[in-house]
Ligand binder design. Structure first.
Ligand code: OOG
Ligand code: NI
Length: 467
C-alpha cells in the first residue's frame, strides 16, 4: 500500500524550495529594497568567485555552488506556545526541524528562539532555507496589567488559515502531500508570513505595548508573524556592505560576528535598517500611525566550530565587548575585534589540527585509485598526509546569539537597551514548542563522523582498520 501512496508525494526538500521561492517573491514585492539586495549579492558573489578560483573549486567539490543562489534565511516572532508548536508542525512538512536554543534576554530582547532548518547533509545541499523563530516572553513584561492585556490580545488571534491547518493535519496523517496539495500548502502557509498594515489594536494600546518594548508591539499588535527580513548569503560581506549605500541602502554601522579572515568562521552579518511603514490602528479615526519592523540582511558563512572552537570564539568576542563600553557601535570596534581574533588560528590546517573546526573528509583522486588496496592504512592523519584524503570545511548553518541581538537592536530603531536578567529557559521553550531542539554542535560532529565512516568504507575490503 505504502508504495503506491508514497510515490505521489512531493519530497519535503521540494516543498521547502517552493516555499522559500514563494516567500522571496512575496518579500520582494513587500520590501523592494530586498530585491536590490538580492541583485547586489548576486553581483558580489559572481565577482568573488571569479577572483578566487580556489573558492570556486572548493564550492564545486562540496556541492555548495548550486545552493548559493537560492540560499536565504528569514525571521519571525510569535506570541504564544500554540503558535510556536503549530509552526513546528508546519515547518516539519518542509523538512525543517528546530535546531539550537538562543536566549536573547541577556541582550535586552524579551524573546527566546530556535532556527527551523533542514538537518540532513543532502537536504542542506538541496536547499538550506532556515527561519529564525522567536517566542515573545510575556513573563519579562514587568507591568502586570499590560502583560495580561498582551496575553488576552494574543489569545484572540489565529495566525494560520483554515486550509493550512487542514493540510498540515492531512500531511501528518498521510505521510506527505501530492503535487497539487503541496502547491496549495505553500500558498496557504505563506499567508501566515504576510505583512498586514492594519493593526488589530487601537493606537493607545499600540503605544503602551511599544513603550514596554518595541518588540512586544511588533508581536502583539498584528494579525500574524510577518516575515521581518530575508537574508541572502554573500561570499564577501565587506564588499557587499561597502556597496550598499551606492544602491540606496542605509547599512548598519558594523558587521556582526567574527572579523574578516582568510578562513571565514561561523557567521558574519549586516543589514539595512528597518523601514518605517504606515499602519492603520483599529480606531481608524485616530488616523494612520507607523511601525518599524522589516529590514534586509546579508550574511557570510564560514566553517562550523567545535565546542572548543566556539568557546574560544565566545571568549574573544566577550573580551572585545568588555574593552569598550559602547559595544559594537564604538568607532574602534573593528580594530579591537581584529586584534582580539589574532588569537584564533587562521589556516584550515591549524583549525583542524587543534580541533577548533569541523571538516568533511573525502577521498582525493589518488585516494579513489587506492580504494580497496591492501596497503591502505585507514588512519585519517596518515591518509591526509599521503594526499589520499582531503578535508573540506563544514559550513556553519546556524546563528549566533550576540549577533542576533545586534541585528534585533539595530532594527528596533533608536538606542533602546532594556535590562533583563539573563534567563535561559530552554526547558520551558521546548515545552512550548512541543519538542526538543537539536544540539547544533552534535549535528556537525555527526556530519564529520559520517564523512570519516564513508572514507573508511570506501577503503574497506583489504584495508586494515586503524588501531
Ligand atoms: C531575528 C534576528 C536574528 C539573525 O540573522 O541573527 C536573525 C529577528 O529580528 O526577529 O535573524
Ligand atoms: Ni537574520
Amino acid at each position: 500500500m505504502s508504495e503506491t501512496s508514497t510515490s505521489v508525494f512531493v519530497s519535503s526538500d521540494e516543498i521547502r524550495a517552493r516555499f522559500s521561492g514563494a516567500m522571496s517573491e512575496m518579500y520582494r514585492k513587500e520590501v523592494p529594497q530586498y530585491g536590490t539586495l538580492i541583485d547586489l549579492v548576486a553581483d558580489i558573489n559572481a565577482q568573488t568567485l571569479e577572483a578566487h578560483p580556489q573558492l570556486l573549486a572548493q564550492m564545486q567539490r562540496s556541492g555548495e555552488l548550486p545552493r548559493l543562489g537560492v540560499e536565504r534565511h528569514g525571521a519571525i516572532r510569535v506570541g504564544t506556545a500554540a503558535e510556536l508548536s503549530m509552526l513546528r508542525r508546519l515547518f516539519a512538512i518542509m523538512g525543517m526541524e528546530p535546531v539550537g536554543y538562543y536566549d536573547l534576554s541577556v541582550a535586552g530582547v524579551p524573546v527566546h528562539s530556535t532556527a527551523f532548518r533542514p538537518v540532513a547533509d543532502a537536504a542542506l545541499l538541496a536547499n538550506p532555507f532556515r527561519v529564525f523563530t522567536s517566542l515573545l516572553r510575556l513573563d519579562l513584561i514587568a507591568d502586570e496589567a499590560l502583560r495580561a492585556q498582551a496575553g488576552a490580545i494574543l489569545a484572540q488571534r489565529s495566525i494560520f488559515t483554515g486550509r493550512a491547518l487542514a493540510l498540515i493535519a492531512q500531511a501528518e496523517a498521510a505521510g506527505g502531500l501530492d503535487d497539487g496539495q503541496a502547491d496549495e500548502f505553500v500558498r496557504e502557509a505563506l499567508e501566515t508570513f504576510r505583512w498586514h498594515s492594519e493593526s488589530t489594536v487601537d493606537g493607545t494600546t499600540y503605544e503602551a505595548l511599544h513603550k514596554a518594548h518595541r518588540l512586544i508591539a511588533d508581536v502583539v499588535c498584528f494579525k500574524g508573524p510577518h516575515i521581518n527580513h530575508l537574508t541572502p548569503r554573500t561570499l564577501d560581506i565587506d564588499a557587499a556592505q561597502a556597496a550598499m549605500p551606492a544602491r540606496g541602502m542605509d547599512a548598519k554601522d558594523v558587521v556582526e560576528g567574527p572579523p574578516r579572515r582568510d578562513c571565514p568562521i561561523l557567521l558574519r552579518q549586516t543589514s539595512f535598517k528597518a523601514l518605517k511603514e504606515i499602519v492603520r490602528f483599529a480606531d481608524a479615526g485616530a488616523g494612520a500611525g507607523s511601525h518599524t519592523a522589516r529590514f534586509g540582511e546579508i550574511e557570510q558563512r564560514g566553517v562550523a566550530l567545535t565546542r572548543k572552537g566556539r568557546a574560544l570564539y565566545d571568549q574573544l568576542l566577550a573580551q572585545v565587548r568588555d574593552m569598550g563600553s559602547a559595544g559594537s557601535a564604538a568607532p574602534d570596534y573593528g580594530s579591537r575585534l581584529a586584534q582580539a581574533f589574532e588569537a584564533f588560528p587562521d589556516t584550515h590546517e591549524a583549525l583542524r589540527a587543534q580541533g577548533l573546526a569541523f571538516y568533511r573528509y573525502a577521498l582525493t583522486e589518488a585516494g579513489l585509485a587506492q580504494a580497496g588496496k591492501a596497503a591502505v592504512d585507514t588512519d585519517l592523519e596518515s591518509l591526509l598526509a599521503q594526499g589520499l584524503v582531503r578535508a573540506e570545511p563544514i559550513i556553519y548553518e546556524d546563528f549566533l546569539p550576540v549577533s542576533a541581538a545586534g541585528i534585533f537592536q539595530s532594527n528596533l530603531g533608536g538606542e533602546e537597551q532594556k535590562q533583563y536578567a539573563a534567563h535561559a529557559a530552554q526547558k520551558a521553550f521546548e515545552a512550548d514548542l512541543g519538542a526538543c531542539v537539536h544540539d547544533e554542535i552534535a549535528l556537525y560532529e555527526a556530519a564529520q563522523q559520517r564523512s570519516v565512516d564513508q572514507v573508511r568504507m570506501a577503503l574497506q575490503g583489504q584495508a586494515r582498520v586503524a588501531a
